[in-house]
Design a binder for this molecule. Sequence first.
Ligand SMILES: Cc1cc2nc3c(=O)[nH]c(=O)nc-3n(C[C@H](O)[C@H](O)[C@H](O)COP(=O)(O)OP(=O)(O)OC[C@H]3O[C@@H](n4cnc5c(N)ncnc54)[C@H](O)[C@@H]3O)c2cc1C
Length: 296
Amino acid sequence: MLIPDFTYYRPITLKEAIRLLEEKNDSVLMAGGTDLLVEIKKGLRNHENVISLSKIEVLKIISENDHEIFIGAGITHNELITSPIISANLPALADAASKIGSHQVRNTGTIGGNLCTAASCCDTAPILLALNARLEIADTTGVRTMPLKDFFVFNKKTILKKGEIVTRIIIPRLNEETGAHYEKFGLREAGSISVVSAAAMVKLHEGTVTDACIVIGAVAPQPKISYAATRLLKDKKVSDLFESSPVLDEIGEAAAGDSVPIDDIRGGAKYRRDILKVLTRRAIVKAIGFAETKRN
Ligand SMILES: Cc1cc2nc3c(=O)[nH]c(=O)nc-3n(C[C@H](O)[C@H](O)[C@H](O)COP(=O)(O)OP(=O)(O)OC[C@H]3O[C@@H](n4cnc5c(N)ncnc54)[C@H](O)[C@@H]3O)c2cc1C
């Protein structure tokens, strides 16, 4: 099937993109187009006007200050993987990006597009939620920020309103003795979307988990924090959190209890819950490993 005709705009400033989005009828933003063009080609959506973000330089900047890391929404997955700022400060995010699709998809697909598509199986959201990320959103009235945890409404649905553009993802710097990790299970080693995923963030102090966040992906309409698993993990002794320990089993069960997986061609609901327990345990053990490495 051929892609239907549309008018294509390639603004070079954010202001111009916002204006076009506001003015043009039936307009849509395109970053890398790896989700949008596939959906248009399949006939799942159609738009008269497509506004590309690819020439807007401010969306392609990764920067940092003493407290936070700022990632432009137009940064591609491969740019995340190769960024010295991301490798030094948020290696778990670079690792999650490396698990996305193929090299070609990672070269074109962006972090902003990944979040705005809001597929329950998207690979950057779980780790960004675990890292307590916020989004910067711009429109004709100015710029606002909001927690990523309030962004997703349902599968492929966000709180974004017509005329709004996600401009940056803002992530607090990890404190000492804090580690994070993302685990993905797909049906192939590479190039497949998540059937189940889990992310963990842990902060340690004197052998105890003093703060944590567990996020589950592809097992609910949107990636979501498992508050039950997170509560259970807090205040636990690290010595009780070894692979297959009863405490970790209980936390894995809690994560599965917060999931509402579907049955589909890639896996049944029970299968997904069982995999989720394993991934949750693994993500926690690896996050603890990273936190301990930072202390040493
Ligand atoms: C073969 C293949 C394999 C894939 N594998 C994976 C995978 O393993 N894991 C995974 O998570 N995804 C995967 N994807 C999906 C896709 O590549 C990613 O979600 C990618 O990050 C989307 O980014 P994009 O820049 O291409 O988004 P686009 O397609 O350009 O846009 C997606 C949506 O987001 C909106 N949008 C984009 N940027 C903004 C912005 N800044 N502000 C507001 N709205 C915006 C667009 O309007 C559109 O609705 C795969 C896709 C393909 C084709």
